[in-house]
Design a protein around this ligand. Sequence first.
Ligand code: ZN
Length: 304
Amino acid sequence: MPLRIGIDLGGTKIEGIALDGGRELARARVDTPRDDYDATLAAIVGVVHDLQRRVPADVSIPVGLGIPGTISSSTGLVKNANSTWLIGRPLQPDLEARLRRPVRVANDANCFAVSEAADGAASGAGVVFGVIAGTGVGGGLVVNGHIVTGANGIAGEWGHNALPWPDEDDRHSPLCYCGKRGCIETFLSGPALAADHERVTGVRLPPPEIVAAATRGDRVADATLQRYERRLARALASVINVVDPDVIVLGGGMSNIARLYTNVPPLWDAFVFACGGDLVRTRLVPARYGDSSGVRGAAWLWEP
Ligand SMILES: [Zn+2]
């Protein structure tokens, strides 16, 4: 198998990995120089050179890069990045010039999805929808091993659609940083779960403590998680109705809530179109590679 380097450019860390097929040969990690574009480029180049030195190769290893945003297909510049110092920058050609090799760039949620489709929890599946639910909510779509980027580079970004089929519990319709109200992200991110629990109970708890309380038999915490599960089921049913994935893979901090995998699929049946009497075959599974899916997926960008 050919050697590849994957880089995951995050808001706080830059992770790098050298893969031989699916096998990890080396890994590197540095802090992201926040608010400094040139220093960010230099840090990425440093990680690539470090990895290149540590693996047995006498040629330049191809580099894939996952970013918290997308490359505009009309301008070639970075857009939609929450790491705002990247926005409007020609990241790809700048890196190619400094590394003297071609670099493939993709959105980090797309990298996550392609990693899990390649040799992770959705290995062998035809249509895979990857969801990262953590501080935000993002998604990526992979069909037959290939990322679907789309005409605007936003395929899979369902976190800023409105939460579908809202019920009594959803009327407060939170304001989203994107400027709209009631986005899926404002109900399904980690901070959204904590805020929802606080809205009902007056007590602010991080999501792992809400889960622990529910496990101990706390009915109020359990009700918070049941609201979360109903919202996730409706949000995913709207994905199933559009792209009909074989597998939906969950990543990010919220994917550690084990009960989601048993509780959510029975709830989405009522919202998936015309499933009456017919089983919904879509599977909901946790990511195999966890936090490493992003960096592994960046390396997988060089799959032909
Ligand atoms: Zn939004």
